[in-house]
Each structure stands twice: as C-alpha cells, then as structure tokens.
Write a protein that binds this ligand. Structure first.
Ligand SMILES: [Zn+2]
Length: 291
C-alpha cells in the first residue's frame, strides 16, 4: 500500500468547522485516534500532514507509532497576512516575520516547511481561484529562506503563476497545482519537484450535489490531462489525497486518489506509475524529516 503524502488529520472529510472546533480547547485525542484507525484499516503506514494552527498534527506525530504509522508534519503551515491559510497555520507580514516562523517551526520539530502560495479552488466555477496568490518574488524568497535553514518545502499552489515561481525556486513538492499551462508543465517535468496533484478532492465531488457536476468534470478532466502530460514526459508524481478535505475520508481517500491517478495515466501505464509514485514516496520519507 502506498503512503499518504498529503493529509489533514485535523479535518474529517465532512465538515471543516465542526472538525476544527473539537480541538479548540486542546487537542481532542479521540478524533486523532479515529483517523489513525481508519488509515490503519486501509493499510496505510506513512502519512505526511499539512499542519494546523492548534497543535493537532504535532500531537498526532507522538501517537502515530502506536498505529504502526510513520507520520510527518510541518507542525503548522505558513501563509502571508491577508491571504489564504489561516485555517492551517500562522501568518507573516514581512520577511523578518517569515524567517521567525520558519525558525519557530524548526524549533517545534517540523519535518519540513509548508507554505501557502495561492488561493483555493472555487469548485462552482471552472478556472476560478479564491485569490491570485503571492508574487513570484515572494515565493522564491520563501522557498530560498527555508532551504537555507536546511528545511525542505511543501507548497500549496494553484494557478500557473505561483506554481511556476515555486518550480523555478526548486520547491520540493508542489501540492494541487491546478490550472498549470503547458510551459509550466514542461518545466515541472524537467525539474526535481514532486507534483502531488490531489485529484480526489475534485473527483470525489462528482454527483454530490454541492457543486455543478459540469464544472467539476471540467476541472477534473483538465487536471487529469496535465497529470498525463507530466507523466509522459517523465516527471515526478506523488500520491496524496488531501485526506480530510470534503468527501475525502482518511484511508479511503488514498484509494480514491490512486484510482483517479491510474485513470489519468491510462491502465497500460500502471506499473510505471507505481514505480514513479514509490520513488517519490521514498524520497519524501528520506528527505522530509526533521533535521
Ligand atoms: Zn491540503
């Protein structure tokens, strides 16, 4: 069984606010344990979380070995004030504050640095993001600073501009990466960056009734075509489902992600896909670990 390279143990796949509120007055260990049990049942033994602002993933890392799980966390994610990311981490205003947060995360035992460089997907309309994201210059600096401190970087990035800047700055893993253009996909395929395209949070929405299926279908099809393109050009791909996101359960979400990924590359390429996913997972296991 593959590892889960993009999860949110603080979320429950159903209702974000409800899930988070459980931990408002200290980490609710039972909620954490329930998620570990779900992963254990699915045979998942490696998890990389995206972090949170309430210390849930930090506590989870302590509990994980009881479930035979190797669990990694950035402790919290880092975002720029006034931009998306408050739900999963802490904000910086200027570069000094950013440095402080990276140092803080490292002191807290972060396995890597998670940065938010763009907005969220608006699932009711194809092509739309909740915001444009940070400038290329800011993104480059954020990645450089973390690398200079000996930390690997996981970047939440949708939209062509932010993703392109991150790839140019040699980000270690690019998460989501919806709406990339051909030039950027070429650059991605030629780079060392591992792309975790998270197909499940889109694909699993089909038929749920919350968003128009036609728009979901378009978003999903585009992302699958991009995955196929990067795959065909020998790029590095990672398997991460965004477990905890709406309709992406812990455990099952990873199986869903794998199914979407296989569909994207085509059934005739599954053994090569497996090889590539395993290689990426091994790299993450080896490199995205507290220094
Ligand atoms: Zn996520």
């Amino acid at each position: 069984m593959f590892g889960e390279c993009h999860a949110h143990i603080i979320m429950n796949g159903k209702n974000y606010k409800e899930a988070v509120s459980l931990h408002r007055n200290g980490v609710c260990e039972e909620a954490v344990r329930k998620n570990f049990r779900d992963w254990q049942q699915a045979g998942v033994t490696f998890i990389r979380d995206g972090g949170d602002a309430l210390g849930v993933s930090a506590r989870a890392r302590e509990i994980a070995p009881e479930y035979g799980i190797d669990y990694r966390t950035p402790v919290f994610a880092i975002h720029k004030k006034g931009h998306y990311g408050g739900i999963v981490g802490h904000a910086f205003g200027d570069r000094m504050e950013y440095r402080e947060l990276v140092l803080h995360a490292r002191r807290e035992g972060a396995d890597f640095i998670k940065i938010m460089i763009s907005g969220l997907m608006e699932f009711d309309q194809y092509g739309v993001l909740s915001e444009a994201g940070l400038s290329g210059e800011e993104i480059r600096e954020m990645i450089e600073v973390a690398h200079d401190m000996g930390m690997k970087v996981m970047a939440h990035g949708n939209g062509d501009g932010p993703a392109r800047a991150a790839i140019l700055a040699e980000v270690d893993t690019l998460e989501h990466g919806n709406y990339l253009e051909k030039d950027t996909l070429d650059m991605l395929a030629d780079s060392r960056t591992i792309w975790v395209p998270t197909l499940a949070p889109t694909g699993n929405l089909l038929g749920c009734g919350r968003y128009p299926d036609q728009q979901i279908q378009k978003i999903l099809r585009r992302q699958m075509e991009c995955v196929r393109y990067v795959f065909d050009r020998g790029g590095r791909l990672g398997l991460g489902s965004d477990a905890g996101a709406y309709l992406v359960p812990h455990g099952q979400g990873l199986l869903d992600e794998y199914a979407w990924m296989k569909q994207a590359v085509g059934p005739e390429h599954v053994s090569e896909l497996d090889r590539r996913l395993e290689e990426s997972e091994n790299w993450i296991k080896k490199e995205m670990k507290h220094p």
